[in-house]
Design a protein around this ligand. Structure first.
Ligand code: PGA
Length: 253
């Protein structure tokens, strides 16, 4: 049976970058997307919480959707400084990244916690982008596949579907470093993730998008996005400038 490749997602993670004035960059992206030749991918930008509502409003009716970078696992309550999935939905977000390695490292987030966050995202009928990936030391120790399998099994909630869940494979050592795995290494990990997802979720597991993230830029996007098991990119640094991100989107034109 020849399967179709699911529609790819070009996702930008702005991290702790972006002010109200960054709307200009987003508008530039929107016009590049609308005026350029059609790209066969979904387009998502996840800016900081403070600008989600304004960005979502500005992108209404366009191909660019707006997401968030994290949420709390509860819907509301005494959690100073936290943001719930229902608040993000209210602000116009459609997707929420959970379990980014910077959250795992900076805030000690465990896969169990990330699973609860993903459940909170699902409860609001939003899509969770659940991140997994090995450190440099884990890769050198040859434990990449077991680390990723462990994160995957603990971070992805029961009952996840292809429409509410996206997996992002992001080797920690490739994030923000300019280093990337070889395309064969990416394929190997994505194939292993796919096998686990199919075993757990059947047809939904087959259709769930698996993104690659870590130093994706216009010059390497087409190569990294080529394997059958790669269904898009989660892009940090190169998503901040419309011209760079649009250059990555070229991989689907
Ligand atoms: P990078 O970040 O593209 O800047 O390496 C990717 C990510 O952390 O999502």
């Amino acid at each position: 049976m020849i399967e179709d490749k699911p529609t790819a997602i070009a996702a930008g993670n702005w991290k702790m970058n972006g002010l109200k004035e960054s709307l200009e960059e987003l508008l530039a992206l929107r016009s590049a997307v609308e005026n350029g030749s059609d790209a066969d991918c979904e387009i998502l930008i996840c800016p900081p919480f403070t600008v989600i509502a304004a960005f979502a409003e500005a992108m209404k009716g366009s191909k660019v959707r707006i997401g968030a970078q994290d949420c709390h696992f509860k819907e509301s309550g005494a959690h100073t400084g936290d943001i719930s999935a229902s608040m993000l939905k209210d602000a116009g977000a459609t997707d929420v990244i959970v379990g980014h390695s910077e959250r795992r490292a900076d805030h000690g987030e465990s896969s169990e916690l990330i699973c609860r966050k993903a459940e909170a995202v699902h409860k609001e009928s939003l899509s969770a982008i659940i991140c997994v990936g090995e450190t440099q030391a884990e890769r050198e120790a040859g434990t990449t596949l077991s680390i990723v399998a462990d994160q995957l099994s603990k971070s992805v909630p029961e009952g996840s579907t292809a429409s509410n869940t996206v997996i992002a494979y992001e080797p920690v050592w490739a994030i923000g470093t300019g280093l990337t795995p070889t395309v064969d290494d990416v394929s190997e990990v994505h194939d292993a993730i796919r096998a686990d997802l199919v075993e757990r979720f059947g047809d939904d597991g087959r259709a769930m998008r698996i993104l690659y993230g870590g130093s994706v830029k216009p010059s390497n996007a087409a190569v990294l996005m080529a394997p059958f098991s790669v269904n898009g990119a989660l892009v940090g640094g190169a998503s901040l400038k419309a011209a760079d991100f649009n250059g990555i989107i070229d991989a689907w034109r």
